[in-house]
Design a protein around this ligand. Sequence first.
Ligand SMILES: Nc1ncnc2c1ncn2[C@@H]1O[C@H](COP(=O)(O)OP(=O)(O)O)[C@@H](O)[C@H]1O
Ligand SMILES: [Mg+2]
Length: 144
Amino acid sequence: MQQLHTASAEDTIRLGQKIGYKVAPGDIITLHGSLGSGKTTIVKGIADSLQIADEITSPSYTLIAEYEGRIPLYHMDLYRIDSLEEFELLGAEELLYGSGVSIIEWAEKIEQLLPDNCISITFCIDAAAEREIKIEGIQEVLTL
Ligand SMILES: Nc1ncnc2c1ncn2[C@@H]1O[C@H](COP(=O)(O)OP(=O)(O)O)[C@@H](O)[C@H]1O
Ligand SMILES: [Mg+2]
């Protein structure tokens, strides 16, 4: 487990870039933390390392966005999902076992479906409105 601190969105994007260089096809990254804590922001950095040219936007309405890169990226935002059944109806489960990288905001909503070896990133907004970021399940990333 590694605990890091970022003082700006740019710092969080840079951290995402470092994580992005370490991910492999089939990896699942779960993102946790309140609204506005930085989950979509870190995806921008990870996508950059996957050589995705498209701008990453929050898939809060579409729930899933797929991007082509060095490795395909499936970016999911499950904030609006209320049950496992709803997720299953989306047909997204098979993506988790495919050859892309899945990054899932609010992944705790489908915890029962997820394998044990996910990379987990948890965001906390601290007293200075900066971010404490806890990373589990991946080889240590260099500090910023
Ligand atoms: N250290 C930081 N890391 C990430 N985002 C930050 C940070 N400081 C301020 N922000 C701002 O917080 C917001 C985070 O939004 P977003 O990444 O969409 O959150 P989430 O996806 O968790 O709801 C952005 O407006 C971003 O500019
Ligand atoms: Mg988001």
